[in-house]
Design a protein around this ligand. Structure first.
Ligand code: RAM
Length: 377
């Protein structure tokens, strides 16, 4: 019963998010965010309530069979990864399993390979990984699969040979479109802009950047936009700060920086705001880290930005892992499963020819809704 109510709330949220996701209609965004926040509160409470004896908790616990589900994030010290891990942990607890959360020391493939090898020797049931490199983890993940471990990726994909399915925060083209339109809007439709990304190997950022370039090339509306550089801050605050300063120095006519990384955007926002720069910022950011920089006036560096719920992303990663382990899904397109109290999801074909599960649409954070969201994530 409870699950049904939550599903209904979530459907309303998803519909509202689709409307508001990429748009600049502030009215729509405020309405959507209010609904979504209510739902977020309900979602936070739901797993505990179910685990404590809710109507449909038992079958899930039995099905999970006390399995061990591992999450490997991109790196330690990134609040986005911590939120993702929080959601993963909660969902695993709700199904009666054991979560192993691993934050590698650095955002590199080598650091993740060491972690994967240790998880293989611990005989975990599944590995859900936010990859630092699309191809370099293949041998280690194939070894895991050969040992009977179910492998899926989350946030940042591994190649098709290395995974059963990818848990994607939002469609790649949808994110690319939101970012391009924001750059177009904030530049006034013409002028220089730059990308401040994470690592040069990050599959998620690279896919979004590629998508932005394709969108710009395919529509003459964007012909006035000049992308001067794609720079990499490696999801390290200091490096992202240094790279932002270099962009300002090297391109005196720069109008906008687009940072499709929560670490990069927070570092760039501080540089621009501290320097009272006329360069503006957009991209993907955590509301909790970006609230002080979001505003319509000259005193703020970021007019608006986008993201999705990283806690829900982690939860969906955990429920997907459990469904793979239980044999409810194999990762094939067309399969459907119930992701605990998040409701039903369908596996679809991904852009790389593999399969994916999409959490929802990107959500816009504006001066109007940032205050209510900064306390959520
Ligand atoms: C950073 C990470 C993560 C990405 C977000 C938007 O925290 O690079 O992978 O999804 O930004």
């Amino acid at each position: 019963m409870k699950k049904k109510i939550l599903c209904t709330i979530l459907s309303a949220v998803m519909a509202a998010s689709l409307l508001a996701g990429c748009g600049n209609s502030k009215e729509e965004q405020t309405t959507a965010s209010a609904v979504e926040e209510t739902a977020a509160e309900d979602q936070e409470e739901a797993p505990e309530a179910d685990a404590a004896g809710g109507e449909e908790a038992e079958p899930e616990t039995d099905a999970a069979g006390g399995g061990t589900y591992a999450l490997v994030t991109k790196s330690a010290g990134n609040p986005f990864n911590e939120k993702e891990a929080e959601g993963f942990q909660k969902a695993v607890e709700a199904i009666g399993g054991t979560a192993i959360i691993q934050h590698p020391e650095s955002a590199t493939a080598d650091a993740q390979i060491t972690v994967i090898q240790s998880l293989i020797s611990q005989n975990v049931d599944s590995i859900c990984i936010a990859a630092n490199d699309e191809n370099a983890l293949q041998a280690a993940l194939e070894e895991a699969a050969a040992a009977g471990i179910k492998v899926c990726s989350v946030d940042s994909t591994v190649n098709v040979a290395s995974r059963l399915v990818h848990v994607n925060q939002a469609g790649v083209t949808e994110i690319g479109q939101c970012l391009v339109d924001a750059v177009y809007d904030i530049t006034g439709g013409e002028g220089q802009w730059a990308v401040l990304s994470a690592t040069s190997q990050a599959a998620n950022q690279n896919a979004w950047i590629e998508s932005m370039k394709e969108i710009i090339e395919s529509d003459s509306k964007y012909a006035g936009l000049e992308l001067v550089e794609v720079a990499y801050g490696d999801d390290e605050p200091q490096k992202s700060t240094d790279v932002t300063q270099a962009l300002l120095q090297n391109y005196p006519d720069l109008k906008v920086i687009c940072a499709p990384t929560t670490v990069g955007i927070a570092a760039a926002a501080k540089v621009l705001q501290d320097q009272n720069s006329s360069v503006k910022l957009t991209g993907l950011g955590l509301p909790s880290e970006m609230a002080e920089y979001i505003g319509d006036d000259d005193a703020h560096s970021c007019p608006y930005m986008f993201l999705w719920n990283p806690i829900d992303l982690g939860r969906l990663g955990a429920y997907t892992s459990a469904a793979l382990v239980n044999g409810d899904i194999t990762g094939a397109a067309g399969e459907k499963f119930t992701a605990g109290d998040m409701g039903e999801y369908e596996i679809v074909t991904a852009g790389d020819g593999g399969t994916e599960i999409i959490l929802g649409a990107p959500f816009a954070f504006t001066p109007e809704n940032i205050e209510e969201w900064k306390v959520v994530y």
